[in-house]
Design a protein around this ligand. Sequence first.
Ligand code: NAD
Ligand code: UD1
Length: 338
Amino acid sequence: MNILVTGGAGYIGSITCVQLIAAGHRPIILDSLVNAKAEVVNRIEQVSGQRPVFVQADVRDRARLVQTLREHAVDAVIHFAGLKAVGESVAQPWRYYDNNVQGSLVLIDAMREVGIQTLVFSSSATVYAETLDQPLHEGSVISSNSPYGRTKLMAEQIFSDVVAAEPTWSITALRYFNPVGAHPSACLGEDPQGVPNNLMPFIAQVAVGRRSALHIFGNDYPTPDGTGVRDYIHVMDLADGHLAALRYAHGRPGHHVFNLGSGRGLSVLELLSAFGRACGKSLPYEFSPRRPGDLAAFWANPSLAEELLNWRVQRSLDDMCADSWRWQSQNPNGYESS
Ligand code: NAD
Ligand code: UD1
């Protein structure tokens, strides 16, 4: 299939493009590069042996979208394009609603004009309300405490309403848990700008010497070792989840929602210790106060995706750490190094 991949130069989108190519599809990347580097397209070619079409454009640019959908005879869309920093979304909510919600609306509008009705959307576990009822399943209560999370909830709602109004659409929201790791080639990985907000890239930068120590946000949570527990998922497994979702959804009308997670919770200390094994040294850390807004523990019940998509995670914690370390050590300054 010809697949428009919005945000396809980003962390998850670029690795999904490699897996799409490997499965015989033709990705067409549309990305504004607001949080990505053009070098990524070269890396996708290097890894996959095929250079994807790259259109530098904003997903809110309706005319470019329509033109791209027509010119490349697109069959289905995977919609990764969005801003994703929770703290920034609190400081600049208008940017997040405009980019993430308006961007999704413009995409629907353009797809309607061209007559394309299959869409896979990047949602997030952040749409779930705080609850002790773990693991989280697709029917768990939803609610979000950040503008970023609310953009994901709103987009899911819009998509569900679109399907209710025009039942021939097939729209799938994939609720990712915590994506980590890199492509095993070390050519593609996460390249955060500035100080990483998320745990794995921070640990990787400590390991490579860019940061002096990990600050562990809280060691007094009601978890086995007192540190926060999350469901980490290898980005390659996540990419494969998109292929499974496309296979399932194409030609199957409806609004579908799936968790993509491993089903296993891991603490900050467990992840840090596994990374130490991967890079061959123990990594310095200190305990800091809890980060405002953080939850003690959440992880996925991935059984719906296992049953209907025939998808489950294949990569281990050691794979996640080994691949992150290979990416970080071979690209110490991310794509700037090349
Ligand atoms: P990323 O920032 O690496 O990738 C997003 C890409 O979208 C970037 O390349 C950026 O340049 C592009 N983009 C942003 N706004 C755009 C616009 N208006 N028009 C065109 N391109 C635009 O992020 P990622 O980690 O690869 O995440 C991809 C998607 O998955 C995002 O929607 C994110 O909210 C969602 N998600 C990510 C995580 C995570 O932890 N990484 C977790 C849950 C959900
Ligand atoms: C973050 C986002 C969430 C997003 C998710 C996806 C916030 C508040 N939430 O959640 O919206 O869906 O990423 O990956 O940003 N930690 C440290 N030290 C650090 C960084 C993190 O101890 O320097 C801890 C955190 O307290 C948490 C765990 O590591 O217990 C994971 O943190 P992080 O990678 O930021 O992910 P989430 O908190 O799950």
